[in-house]
Design a binder for this molecule. Structure first.
Ligand code: GDD
Ligand code: MN
Length: 363
């Protein structure tokens, strides 16, 4: 018989949480037909094997294994697309989310008045578990930004725990960006009509085993997703990130140029060349972490990537230094010559280094 509720659970290195979560779900969903779709990105700790083992004894359990891929949002999307159940719930694997409220969430969806029910940590009955206070503040700030910018007044648009009707999801799926952590926000922003939502409060528990994958690059990704949506989807998130990193490179350049030329007394051309090198290096490091977190280069590959990035930037850097040197010799102030050199170099370099260094060899 077809499942009525599907619980989609993205996993990365959650091996020891699988069995406890499975028992918790079996307990709270015993009254209905349900299935759990674990979407694992080939976790090195062997999470998928643990799920498959369970699946051999319990047909409620399915494992969707993705090879050579990473990403919470895209894992959720593919998990939802892989089920035929009319009601779908998304939750973390780490037992932070209280599975006992799933039947209530389904109850709310059943009569068709709502598209999505969000389990929220902020309503009075909810709680934040033992999230570090820095995380709580970051989470509040992100919530405030999201609510102000998107005018979707849901109290916890960052929630990773929510339920919806599959029909509704199927309509918005083609518009989802699929990047980053913020699958709910992405869905709310992608809905053609204002989403009809309800909220159910719950008390967030502490993570059982393993560690959180929320990192600075995840937060950055979230901001880029907002910027992308605010541009009406016209400007790709990666481009916005690339441009922001480029701007930071200009700041690095001017700081190094000023320090070397004005403060340490190096000749302009030497200072301009060193500043160009420093900016290229910092651009590489930031792009590798923030713009291409899903294709991030490590170890030897990162060194090779850096060299190819220098190579790809070389012509622009040459244009930059030559023009700046010429302008300085014509009596331009050091900062004006330096800045114009950077702009000229950037015009040539626009896009090409990123495309070469992080080219997608898997497709
Ligand atoms: N397949 C897959 N691929 N799963 C992933 C990946 C990935 O790249 N990254 C994380 N996950 C899984 C984790 O294994 C976990 O089950 C779930 O996604 C959430 O990741 P956590 O690492 O537990 O995130 P968190 O608890 O710090 O963040 C939670 O709270 C945020 C709000 O503060 C999540 O629920 C977020 O969705 C939520 O926005
Ligand atoms: Mn979690």
């Amino acid at each position: 018989m077809i499942a009525e509720i599907a619980v989609v659970i993205p996993t990365f290195n959650e091996r020891d949480n699988i069995a406890p979560l499975h028992s918790a779900l079996s307990r709270s969903l015993s009254d209905c037909n349900w299935e759990a779709v674990f979407v694992d990105d080939n976790s090195p700790d062997g999470t998928a094997a643990r799920v498959q083992e369970l699946g051999q004894h319990d047909s409620h359990v399915r494992c969707l294994l993705r090879l050579g891929r990473r990403g919470l949002s895209s894992a959720c999307i593919e998990g939802v697309l892989a089920t035929a159940a009319p009601y779908v719930c998304i939750m973390d694997a780490d037992l932070q989310h209280d599975e006992s409220i799933i039947p209530r969430m389904q109850e709310l969806l059943r009569d068709g008045r709502f598209d999505v029910v969000v389990a929220t940590r902020y309503a009075t009955a909810g709680g934040m578990g033992t999230l570090a206070s820095g995380r709580v503040r970051l989470s509040r700030l992100a919530t405030w930004v999201a609510r102000t910018l998107t005018r979707v007044p849901v109290s916890d648009p960052m929630s990773g725990f929510f339920m919806f009707r599959r029909e509704w999801f199927a309509r918005i799926a083609p518009r989802l960006s699929g990047r980053g952590f913020k699958i709910l926000l992405d869905m709310l922003l992608s809905s053609p009509a204002p989403p009809r939502y309800a909220e159910v409060a719950y008390k967030m528990r502490s993570r059982m085993h393993g560690e959180s994958k929320l990192s600075i690059s995840v937060v950055w990704d979230f901001v880029m997703l907002l910027a992308h949506k605010l541009s009406g989807g016209a400007i790709p998130a990666r481009f916005i990130s690339f441009a922001a990193v480029g701007m930071s490179g200009v700041a690095v350049h001017m700081l190094v140029l000023g320090a070397l030329h004005r403060w340490a007394g190096f000749a302009f051309l030497i200072a301009q060349t060193a500043a160009t090198g420093a900016a290229m290096t910092s651009n590489f490091v930031l792009n590798n972490r923030l713009t291409y977190p899903d294709r991030r280069l490590h170890g030897v590959a990162a060194v090779r990537g850096l060299l190819s990035f220098y190579l790809a930037c070389a012509f622009g850097a040459l244009v930059n230094v030559a023009l700046a040197g010429w302008l300085a010799s014509k009596g331009f102030p050091w900062w004006g010559a330096g800045l114009l050199g950077v702009v000229a170099g950037a015009v040539w370099n626009y896009g090409s280094p990123g495309i070469l260094t992080w080219r997608d060899t898997s497709r």
